[in-house]
Design a protein around this ligand. Structure first.
Ligand SMILES: [Zn+2]
Length: 120
């Protein structure tokens, strides 16, 4: 990608949309531009155009020009396994977002743990 000092239109009414884990902040660079920060910045849009998240912005840029969006996190996809119980029944064990397992057997329902989970 070409590095330019500033490839953006410098008009004051440029509207930005930023996707970042924290609300955006602006910081002045040593060479007289502004850079936007916000934890992990996943996307930056100037007007209707997506621009690199580390683009140097015009010095006149203010936070009022930014619309903050939290990055969309992917929906949790559990691991699902089927286990056979002692009486020929099958149970479904499923991982949870916290990294634990859930089982469809009655033992799990009462005790929050069971032999099927221990066997994973
Ligand atoms: Zn179980």
């Amino acid at each position: 990608m070409r590095r330019q000092n500033c490839s953006l239109p410098t008009h004051r009414n440029m509207q930005y949309k930023i996707w970042s884990t924290y609300p955006p902040t602006l910081s002045r660079t040593p060479n007289g531009y502004m850079k936007v920060y916000g934890g992990t910045v996943t996307k930056l849009i100037a007007g209707k155009m997506e621009i690199p998240t580390d683009t140097a912005l015009p010095m006149s840029t203010t936070l009022a020009q930014f619309e903050w969006q939290r990055p969309v996190s992917k929906p949790f996809q559990p691991h699902v396994r089927t286990v056979e119980g002692s009486k020929g029944k099958t149970y479904t064990i499923k991982s949870t977002p916290s990294g634990k397992w859930e089982c469809s057997c009655s033992g799990y329902t009462f005790r929050r743990t069971c032999k099927h989970i221990k066997g994973v």
